[in-house]
Design a protein around this ligand. Structure first.
Ligand code: UDP
Length: 477
């Protein structure tokens, strides 16, 4: 299948929806430019993207999956535990990452059989072992990171200046050094996911330093300064190629993105279509957060009290008997003013609908950037990992969001999100975001302009489009 003149890139995502979805979008963008793209992943993960890849195949895009057997038995994980959203608990997470390392042999076997060898590897930053693969075959390797460049440079500076070493108090705010703007965070809010994973964090940083370049889902008009400082700090090229989600231009690919949606696209659109432009608040907390029933109820009641129409996404795994019982009564009460999606939502389709007017988000970087790309202002409720810094980016740097004021990170995989935000705070934040006063209008205007710039970046002549041209040329010749 390899055409000797066609560039061939290998993409190796981490198996988590917040990593797989943007990497598949990036693969589609590369394939749209004529690059042969091999996305290497395991069967459970490939099956979630089957319809996306099938659509690409019908459009003659040269992208395909290379399926790798997930070594669950070798590490003692149950069958099917191939994605972080299934792993879900911290006690399995170490085994999961141990299993990902064991994929190295299969990746190498595939590469060994290619002639000519692939031109470039783009591998998730959480696969530091891909460094060895690239070295063994002499193939250039770019790391793929799913956080904003602002968050990257903040984390870099905090490490570089050893800020955390001298801090005792987990809750005392400190200013991130080396930034043009004054950004305050607490020790508890950074470095998020890496607490208890210090050894892996070290390996990840070292592998990123050793890479040939860094690929980021961002765009120059939004954070040129951060891109330049991060490139300088790392001493290598930082390729800003996003927002990748904008490669999904029509309803069908938007609705099929990630997992199979729990609501039919037509049903969702028939709810959204009659709503006033920019009137609906979309509420979703990504693929990994887990709320307790009491917190879900408070969110629902706060949305109801706000008086604005809303879409509330509740995960299947959060929908226990208690939640189901409450929803029976709640859905009846709110009628057509609210839509509750139980399971996976077609997020990008909803956000890009003209009725979308606000987004309450957990600040995962994909979601944040999808809100930015749609030109929709946000309410931020970070939970863990990079999310607190992404909140700072949206609220303080870009000024397109209002904060719900949550300061304490949650313990992913250990505790579900307890009741931390009462209904009146949810109501107040929604009213503030949707307000038609001077502040609300100015925020909406900034969000709309930023959304336009995001789209421009991805069009021909835009910065991300041009960067992708250079990247392909750079690794093909
Ligand atoms: N997503 C979606 N529907 C859902 C939940 C999530 O399409 O019901 C997508 C969302 O659009 C984003 C990704 O899943 O692309 C979640 O990534 P993010 O970085 O926002 O958060 P994470 O899930 O990694 O915490």
């Amino acid at each position: 299948m390899t055409n000797h003149k066609q560039p061939h890139f290998i993409l190796v995502p981490l198996m988590a929806q917040g990593h797989m979805i943007p990497m598949v979008d990036l693969g589609l963008l590369l394939a749209g430019r004529g690059v042969l793209v091999s996305v290497m992943t395991t069967p459970v993960n490939a099956s979630r993207f089957r319809s996306t890849i099938e659509r690409a195949r019908l459009a003659c895009l040269p992208i395909h999956f290379v399926e790798l057997r997930f070594p669950s038995a070798e590490v003692g994980l149950p069958d099917g535990f191939e994605n972080i959203d299934v792993v879900a608990r911290m006690e399995y997470a170490h085994d999961f990452f141990r299993a990902t390392r064991l994929l190295q042999q299969q990746v190498e076997d595939y590469i060994r059989e290619r002639s000519p060898l692939p031109n470039c590897i783009i591998s998730d930053v959480c696969h530091p072992w891909m460094r060895n693969v690239a070295r063994n075959f002499g193939i250039p390797r770019l790391t793929f990171s799913v956080i904003s460049c602002f968050t990257q440079i903040c984390e870099y500076n905090i490490r570089h200046y050893k800020v955390l070493d001298s801090l005792e108090d987990q809750k005392a705010p400190f200013a991130v050094p080396g930034l043009a703007e004054r950004i305050e965070v607490t020790k508890a809010q950074v470095p998020g996911f890496w607490v208890g994973w210090e050894e892996m964090a070290k390996e990840v940083y070292e592998a990123e330093f050793a890479a040939d370049g860094i690929v980021l889902n961002t765009f120059e008009a939004m954070e040129d300064v951060h891109i330049k400082s991060y490139a300088k700090a790392m001493g290598k090229k930082v390729w800003s190629l996003g927002p990748y989600s904008l490669c999904n231009k029509t309803i069908a690919p938007m609705a099929a993105r990630g997992n199979k949606a729990s609501i039919d696209a037509a049903q969702c659109l028939s709810w959204l279509d009659p709503k006033e432009p920019r009137s609906v608040v979309y509420v979703s907390f990504g693929s990994l957060t887990h709320m307790k029933p009491s917190q879900l109820r408070e969110i629902g009641l706060g949305l109801e009290a706000s008086g604005h129409p809303f879409v509330l996404v509740i995960k299947k795994t959060e929908t226990n008997a208690e939640v189901k019982e409450w929803l029976l009564e709640f859905e009846e009460k709110i009628g057509s003013r609210g839509l509750v999606i139980k399971g996976w939502a077609p997020q990008v389709m909803i956000l890009s609908h003209p009725a979308a007017g606000g987004f309450m988000t957990h600040c995962g970087w994909n979601s944040t950037l999808e809100g930015i790309s749609a030109g929709v202002p946000m309410i931020t409720w970070p939970h863990f990992a990079d999310q607190f810094l992404n909140e700072k980016m949206a609220v303080d740097v870009l000024e397109v969001a209002v904060s719900l004021g949550v300061k304490e990170p949650t313990n992913w995989g250990v505790d579900d999100v307890p009741f931390v935000v009462p209904r009146d705070e949810v109501e107040r934040a929604v009213r503030r975001l949707m307000d038609d006063g001077v502040e609300g209008r100015a925020r909406r205007g900034r969000a709309r302009k930023l959304g336009e710039k995001a789209k421009e970046a991805m069009e021909e002549g835009g910065s991300s489009h041009a960067n992708m041209t250079h990247l392909i040329e750079h690794y093909t010749h």
